[in-house]
Design a protein around this ligand. Structure first.
Ligand code: GLU
Ligand code: ZN
Length: 290
């Protein structure tokens, strides 16, 4: 089945069960990987225990199985990857590419909300401090394989962002880059809510001397108020009954042509048809997506 070097992934945070919005990212990355005859990996991004909901990680894996989205190999758990993150932080330290910062949120707000490099040359110690990247390779934009060239806010791109938090937690941008690189991911397919941090992630690849993957940011499902479906605004968990209607709804959301009779296929056959017909078309980004 697999006969290409393509490696894709779905990387949910266990802050709640999957909802329709997360199904879009799961299904989109799955179909893209299967259509390319590549591997599709699942990684549980459990690096933020305070935001974790007990049982959510296992529930997510059961939901993926229920929706017929079978992953390759073993699930990777970020909670078991701390040594790899520490090793990368040590490397950055040895290169002089990061520094400790004790600035409060209030101080950063008072200078306009973007970090101004205040602690860059203060040689502070680790006590009560966050670790920031010394930004030497700002990335101002990137090519999205669905959306074309994207430029992001320059202040954000140039900011010395946090790679290890004051509370001891590893930052998402660090973990995601270390793991995607370590898993050999060649293309990241995820929701448009992650467009903004992408330039920071590419900049980390460049500091490490690694080849960044390709990127595709899928349209986001919005609720009736125009807000993104998320655990924070209580998007309902995916239904536990017949998964097929929800898959069809997700395919239509992704602008795939779905024949009426697909509804009556078995789940596996439905997904096979979806793989065979998969075409990533740049959607108009209207009708409740962006
Ligand atoms: N864990 C992140 C989330 O659930 C996604 C990370 C990614 O796809 O890069 O929002
Ligand atoms: Zn500072």
């Amino acid at each position: 089945m697999e006969n290409s070097d393509y490696i894709g992934r779905f990387a949910p945070s266990p802050s709640g069960e999957l909802h329709f919005g997360s199904l879009i990212a799961a299904l989109g990355s799955y179909l893209q990987a299967r259509a390319r005859r590549g591997r599709w990996l699942v990684r549980i991004e459990d690096i933020d225990p305070p935001r974790e909901v007990p049982g959510a990680a296992d529930a997510i894996l059961r939901q993926l199985e229920h929706y017929g989205l079978r992953w390759d190999g073993e699930v990777m758990w970020q909670s078991r990857r701390h040594d790899a993150y520490r090793e990368r932080l040590a490397w950055l330290k040895a290169q002089g590419l990061c520094y400790y910062c004790t600035c409060t949120r209030a101080r950063i707000q008072s200078v306009g909300g973007t970090y101004d490099g205040h602690c860059r040359d203060l040689q502070l110690g680790p006590e009560n401090a966050a670790l920031r990247l010394r930004q030497t390779r700002p990335v101002l934009g990137f090519h999205d394989r669905l959306r074309g060239d994207i430029t992001t806010d320059e202040k954000l791109a140039r900011e010395d962002f946090i790679i290890h938090r004051r509370d001891g937690l590893f930052a998402y941008n660090l973990a995601v880059v270390v793991d995607d690189h370590s898993q050999g991911v060649t293309e990241i397919v995820r929701g448009a809510d992650l467009i903004e941090p992408t330039v920071r992630q590419i900049s980390l690849y460049q500091h490490f001397g690694w080849q960044p993957p390709d990127y595709i940011h899928l349209p986001l499902a919005l609720n009736a108020d125009g807000n993104k479906l998320s655990k924070q605004n209580h998007a309902p968990a995916l239904p536990t009954g017949d998964p097929r209607p929800e898959i069809v709804r997700a395919l239509r959301f992704l602008n795939q042509a779905v024949a009426e009779e697909w509804q009556d296929l078995t789940l596996d056959a439905l997904l096979e048809h979806a793989v065979a017909g998969w075409t990533l078309v740049n959607p108009p980004f209207s009708n409740g997506s962006r």
